[in-house]
Design a protein. Structure first.
Length: 295
């Protein structure tokens, strides 16, 4: 998610090999999110709630873990916008957005990151997950990633999820692990997990998350290391801080720390994506989560 550094640093995922069959990206779901129809997620800070109406609280606010699991309803189409800060050969700024789209049993998640001014960004990356809603959370069918760096050709990679197997960006096949997620879907899968099983969101607990990255499939372990109140542009928000186990090594995949807010439907209000000790971007929620009116 970061611009390419010198050869010793990790680079954005390369484009698929020329022999790989070209496929058109799946169309976006027909779920527009007009600004006037959006409402804030629940329990916002008083300073922000004056401008956006509150939605009903999530199931975890009023039900036991068992009741929540049976009563869970997927949230309506949701948009989260973030302010981006970070470091890449010096301080950088930008913007980011996570958009959740839902139509029947189908979903899409789009994570867009831009480094630099919106009118002329230095780098942008879109990560999109397309799949199905199931009793065990999200079941991705396809993951697409596109990186654009100023004055360079776009780089694209695709991961396809099939019954029992995953086809990686370079065409290699690997076993599809139970509950397998992709780079974009993992954030919403965490929201589903903590809403249906709020007892899992506790300092000292850990979450195993099998992930299909563009170049490999593996098991990531996230530790819940603390409970923090974040001072955001939308006001103070109580969160649980999750961090991937193990140190980030130069040349390895990007890693993501996450802060989930129980009062905002367990959505991620902060995401820190790190390449190494010196190169990272930090996304802090800019305004209350916006949601389309329920059908």
């Amino acid at each position: 998610m970061l611009p390419r550094r010198a050869a010793r640093k990790a680079a954005p995922a390369p484009a698929p090999a020329a022999s790989e069959p070209a496929e058109a990206a799946p169309p976006d779901l027909a779920l527009p999110l007009p600004e006037p129809a959006l409402a804030a997620a629940p329990d916002a800070a008083p300073a922000a709630s004056a401008t956006l109406a509150e939605a009903p609280p999530g199931p975890a606010a009023a039900a036991s873990a068992a009741d929540t699991a049976t009563a869970f309803e997927w949230p309506p189409s949701t948009r989260l916008t973030y302010l981006l800060t970070g470091n890449y050969r010096g301080p950088v700024e930008g913007n980011a957005q996570v958009e959740w789209l839902r139509s029947g049993s189908r979903y899409q998640v789009h994570l867009d990151v831009g480094v630099g001014p919106k009118f002329a960004p230095l780098m942008t990356r879109r990560m999109s997950s397309d799949g199905e809603l199931t009793e065990l959370g999200l079941a991705p069918r396809r993951y697409d990633e596109e990186t654009r760096v100023a004055l360079r050709e776009p780089r694209r990679s695709t991961v396809q999820f099939e019954a029992g197997r995953v086809i990686l960006a370079d065409g290699r096949e690997q076993e599809r692990l139970p509950g397998l997620q992709d780079t974009a879907s993992q954030f919403v899968q965490m929201t589903w997990l903590f809403t249906t099983h709020p007892e899992r969101l506790k300092v000292g607990e850990s979450v195993d998350m099998p992930l299909a990255l563009p170049r490999r499939v593996g098991l990531w372990v996230y530790d819940i290391i603390g409970r923090e109140t974040l001072n955001t542009p939308a006001g103070p928000i109580d969160t649980f801080h999750m961090k991937p186990r193990g140190e980030v090594k130069p040349g390895s995949e990007l890693s993501a720390e996450m802060w989930f807010a129980p009062s905002l439907q367990h959505l991620p209000v902060r995401i820190r994506i790190r390449q190494d000790a010196e190169v990272y971007v930090d996304l802090m929620i800019e305004r209350l989560p916006q949601q389309s009116a329920p059908p």
